[in-house]
Design a protein around this ligand. Structure first.
Ligand code: CJB
Length: 839
């Protein structure tokens, strides 16, 4: 049933009423109205969550006009649309973000307070949609924000996981994983669109036939099909009328296949199959940068990609006569290789379901997709065993072989005398067990390939994708990551944001380069003082939170040294621990030592199956136990591990940091985006020349950045000469003392075995070269400690960090993608009349 078209100006919701009104009184009435008619509660019986839901619906009512206007406009206008395909969207809570975008924060806060409710308490009710693991998923969320703010027609496609990233608890120092039941009390921000469901096929076999024009065709006869139900969430642009859509797919059993079993009376069999289908969108794989090779994961990937491509084709054919111009109307960005199966699926849809010939189909496909690589870690490069792949996607395997066949012909022409190139470049890895290499499929099937920071892109070109770069240099470019200043400054750090606005106005919120105007104020002593005072207040907030959560008192005057990110050996949280134990030893050896008081704050989740990462969490907590309770230390250093690091907690912690730990082994962190959030909130970085740290340092000035560690070239050179970590241990007394202390069981109640895997790993292999970087890190940390004593100078450095970080707005990244890759332009959405006063 095709949707009914209503001309925009005839949209009936024009009279200001409880559904749309913006006065405090109307908002109050609307809240009660939604509480009564949507939640079915009166204020007397309502829970906090009921009030939150009513509040969320009241906000949603006020964004719907923008959302519908945007979608109607896109439907009738021939605009090129960006389709962002991502297995993860780590959105974070919507409520405040939407209020800020709509410019309705103040009236809503007032209305809630005047109703006698606690605004913050209601806000805290929101369960954040944790539909991602870390940086990659959060980047997708920042990009959706910027696309809408820049008024770019765009749609995000992904999976509506019933359970997102697990909640983390710490028991006896160890991580415990708890299911994330984010949908338990309802999600007011999504709208199901079952009328746009899509069928997805799996398994079975293929057969060939001749169509009525005697043309050879292939038909896929699946073993089972799954229904994809789209759930839409509006993504508002900041103070514009654009509201784009994030469309997430939920898997449900398709009736056609259940009927068979029902009909033969196999009721339980039918239900079992139904449950199996629904498993597809049940849970997010909690591994970050580590493939597990599980069939269900491939099922998830194909499921959401097939739904999304079919949906795009449906939308396309609503306003175009054919798919001939599909690539002119869509740019599909592959967020890593997770959706790379899309290359084969679009080919199948064009060839088998729309009767295109190979060359036309391939021309459309390879001009539609663009691929972003996010990691250099070999263990994260996706490859699927051929047997698993062929069993689940028999038609796609045929298509991939056909793509590969033609591609290798091209390679042969390019390198007539070099057969080794064929093996290196082939989409099929035939060096041992056979695999489909997803990055190769993405490279062959895309017109653009990019890395996420300058150094990362260079390493892609010289190392991981070297052969592709040699073959297709014109496809490669860099797109340094960015973060949205709306969530990561305005929302999370209102104090600092107001302070900046007082000085330079608010244009920076949309044009982050305007922060440059703050540079002058770095020379104003009074302002520096004020700036540091603001920071102190924000730190006090975090201190209160830590006190409430962990019952640990921390001093807001101490240096807040923060490392929050996924726990991974390459990110080297344990290097941070080595420095803490070094300080501990120094104070124990010299109790009167004059050290700069510091609070070390950690946060981050470990993949549930990643033993070393979990042991690192235990080590941090064990060291914390000793250090925090040793009377000799006397609170000069404190170590805090804050459980359950997520977007909401990030919003508290970035603004409160003095020092940002970005200490990965050079050449390992593709970009990092936490590094940007810290610096934009006035923290100084201690970091290696890795990922976007390199560009951050260039931007803020080397004198406002604490650099340490080996460069990528040095890392490679030392490795080439056989790295022997023991040499560093033997030649550095402090290092030796630290590792020996851990080895004796000092932090493990006398058990020398608990942390042995970490110590042995460092002494005998140390793949991430902690020992090689230890001395340089500890020295840089000493410099940090000294620098912090000069609060006035620190304030100057902090202001300059913020002032010079404009480049790292996701708006800049998205503009670069638009200009260089997608070739898309903004398309403004008309201001509905009743909204104009708000714009
Ligand atoms: N990244 O979060 C992930 N997961 C992956 O599987 C691969 C990469 C991260 O992506 C971020 C966004 O591009 C990068 O900033 C970060 O360096 C990278 O580790």
């Amino acid at each position: 049933n095709p949707p009914i078209t209503v001309p925009l100006d005839e949209c009936p919701i024009i009279i200001e009423d409880d559904r749309t009104g913006l006065s405090i009184e109307t908002i109050r009435r609307a809240l009660l109205d939604n509480l009564y008619y949507v939640q079915g509660k009166t204020p007397q019986t309502a829970t906090k969550n009921d009030f939150y839901m009513a509040l969320a619906y009241t906000v949603r009512d006020r964004l719907l006009k923008r959302w519908l206007s945007t979608q109607l406009t896109y439907r009738k206008t021939p605009v090129k649309t960006v389709s962002y395909l991502s297995a993860e969207f780590l959105l974070g809570p919507h409520l405040i973000n939407n209020l800020i975008s709509l410019n309705l924060y103040d009236p809503f806060k007032k209305a809630i307070e005047e109703s006698g409710l606690n605004f913050q308490e209601l806000v805290d009710q929101e369960e954040e949609p944790g539909l991602g693991n870390g940086g990659l998923g959060r980047l997708a969320a920042c990009y959706m924000d910027s696309l809408a703010t820049l008024e770019i027609p765009a749609i995000g496609y992904g999976i509506r996981y019933e359970f997102g990233i697990f909640d983390q608890e710490i028991k006896d120092g160890w991580q415990v994983e708890i299911t994330d039941k984010w949908l338990q009390y309802g999600n007011p921000w999504e709208i199901a669109r079952p009328e746009f469901a899509q069928l997805v096929k799996f398994g079975g076999y293929t057969e060939s036939y001749y169509d009525q024009d005697h043309i050879y065709r292939v038909r896929w006869v699946p073993r089972y099909t799954v229904n994809g139900i789209p759930y839409d969430t509006p993504i508002l642009g900041y103070r514009v009328n654009t509201a784009n859509t994030l469309r997430l797919w939920k898997a449900e059993a398709s009736e056609s296949f259940n009927f068979e079993r029902f009909n033969v009376g196999d009721y339980y069999g039918a239900v079992r199959d139904k449950v199996a289908c629904e498993t597809i969108s049940k849970v997010l794989y909690p591994n970050d940068e580590q493939i597990q090779g599980k069939e269900l994961r491939l099922e998830q990937q194909f499921f959401f990609v097939s739904c999304s491509l079919q949906d795009m084709i449906r939308i396309h054919l609503n306003k175009n006569a054919s798919l001939d111009n599909f690539h002119e109307m869509w740019s599909i960005q592959l967020n890593d290789t997770h959706p790379a199966i899309g290359v084969a699926e679009l080919m199948r849809l064009l060839l088998d379901e729309n009767n295109y010939d190979w060359d036309t189909a391939w021309n459309i496909t390879k001009n539609t997709f663009a691929y972003t690589n996010h990691t250099l870690l070999p263990e994260a490069l996706e490859k699927w065993p051929l047997n698993i792949f062929g069993r689940m996607l028999p038609r796609h395997l045929e298509i991939i072989y056909a793509i590969n066949h033609r591609f290798l012909d091209e390679v042969r022409i390019h390198y007539p005398n070099d057969v080794s190139k064929l093996a290196c470049l082939s989409i099929i890895d035939e060096t041992g067990e056979k695999y489909v290499r997803m990055a190769h499929l993405a490279c062959v099937g895309s017109f653009a390939i990019n890395g996420v920071a300058a150094l990362h892109t260079e390493l892609l070109k010289s190392d991981v994708l070297r052969d592709f770069y040699e073959l297709y240099p014109e496809k490669f470019s860099n797109k340094t990551n960015g973060v949205t200043p709306r969530r990561w400054m305005v929302l999370s750090n209102p104090r600092m944001s107001f302070t900046i606005c007082e000085k330079i106005g608010d244009s920076w919120i949309k044009n982050l380069d305007d922060l440059r105007q703050l540079e002058g104020y770095a020379e104003d002593g009074g302002f520096r003082n004020y700036w540091q005072q603001i920071k102190k207040e924000v730190k006090q907030d975090l201190a209160n939170y830590i006190q409430a959560k962990l019952d640990i008192k921390v001093d807001p005057h101490s240096l807040f040294d923060v490392q929050v990110k996924r726990i991974h050996e390459y990110k080297r949280q344990h290097l941070n621990v080595l420095n803490i134990v070094t300080l501990y030893n120094r104070i124990k050896n010299n109790p009167n030592l004059d050290v700069t008081p510091r609070t070390f704050i950690f946060g981050g989740k470990a993949a549930p199956g990643y033993f070393m990462a979990k042991l690192i969490i235990k080590l941090i907590n064990s060291v914390a136990d000793v250090v925090n309770n040793d009377p000799v230390i006397c609170d000069r250093i404190k170590v805090i591990f804050l459980p359950d690091y997520n977007v909401t907690f990030g919003q508290r912690v970035y603004p409160a940091a003095d020092i940002s730990e970005q200490i990965s082994t050079a050449g390992k962190e593709a970009s990092g985006t936490g590094n940007m959030k810290f610096s934009l909130n006035g923290a100084l970085t201690i970091g290696t020349l890795d990922g976007a740290n390199v560009e951050i340092r260039e931007s803020v000035g080397a004198e406002n950045f604490f650099l340490f560690g080996l460069t990528t070239e040095e890392v490679y050179a030392i490795r080439a000469n056989r790295y022997t970590p023991r040499d560093y241990y033997n030649s550095d007394e402090e290092l030796k003392a630290v590792l020996d202390l851990i080895s004796t069981g000092f932090f493990s109640h006398g058990d020398p075995n608990l942390f042995r895997p970490i110590v042995d790993n460092l002494l005998y292999s140390d793949p991430y070269m902690l020992l090689a970087d230890y001395r340089s890190y500890v020295d840089a940390q000493d410099a940090v400690g000294c620098a912090y004593r000069d609060q006035d100078h620190w304030g100057r450095m902090s202001i300059l960090n913020v002032a010079r970080m404009g480049k790292f707005s996701s708006d800049r990244s998205i503009k670069d993608y638009c200009n260089d890759i997608w070739k898309t332009k903004p398309f403004a959405i008309d201001v509905p009349e009743y909204m104009q006063s708000q714009a």
